[in-house]
Write a protein that binds this ligand. Structure first.
Ligand code: VGL
Ligand code: ZN
Length: 211
């Protein structure tokens, strides 16, 4: 049985930005391959929300801000452990732009995240301090929208955290697995998939929606 998409369901398209695509500073393998699929899926949804990683140039998640540290190493921050990244998605740069190959003119909201220098935000709902919200849950609730279907980059970071936090905020959440790609650093993919299962987030393939 195909999954019927309802008029109040939402497609959440996570971080389809040049820095996560081939030749970007934090390129996710195969990230470009999912663009046509996301475009196709978006046609089935009346409601589409995009997220955009949006860091100041001196963001605390950048290895360049930590003496002697390299990308993909860990540091301990006041809110907990933090993976360090290459500089990416710096506000106003081309790398931070959402790819022009994404063809979703009816998308209704772009939610920017990670703009506070001292706090990272993988999740489209809540920053890494687990206190500061982005306002997305309020937006979705105020519009009285239905289930969330999450796609994009990267499956094991921003897609997974957005999905888990969406479920924690009370939404029915499903990740469309083949419309996402992972960074897979130090076992992060396996952990993220386990976190999705624990949170009660569904996992489907796009053919279950597209038929
Ligand atoms: C992301 C690492 C750092 C993501 C964003 O979009 O998954 N990953 N910032
Ligand atoms: Zn980031």
């Amino acid at each position: 049985m195909p999954i019927a998409i309802n008029p109040d369901d939402v497609l959440v398209v996570v971080d389809m930005q040049y820095d996560f695509l081939p030749e970007g500073s934090l390129a996710v393998a195969g990230g470009d391959e999912i663009v046509p699929l996301i475009n196709q899926l978006a046609k089935r949804f009346r409601n589409v929300v995009l997220t955009q990683d949006w860091h100041p140039a001196d963001h605390i998640s950048f290895a360049s801000q930590h003496e002697g540290k390299a990308p993909f190493e860990m540091v301990e921050l006041p809110y907990g452990p933090q993976v360090l990244w290459p500089d990416h998605c710096v506000q106003g740069t081309r790398g931070a732009e959402i790819t022009a190959d994404l063809n979703i003119p009816h998308a209704q909201l772009i939610i920017r995240k990670g703009y506070n220098r001292q706090i990272d935000s993988y999740s489209g709902f809540e920053e890494a301090d687990r206190e500061t919200t982005t306002g997305l849950a309020g937006y979705l609730n105020e519009r009285d929208l239905g289930r969330l279907f999450v796609v994009g980059l990267a499956l094991d970071f921003c897609v997974a955290w957005t999905a888990v936090d969406g479920a924690a905020a009370g939404f029915d959440v499903t990740v469309i697995e083949d419309a996402a790609r992972a960074i897979d650093s130090n076992g992060s993919l396996e952990r993220a998939l386990a976190d999705l299962d624990t949170a009660g987030v569904g996992r489907v393939m796009s053919r279950e929606i597209l038929g």
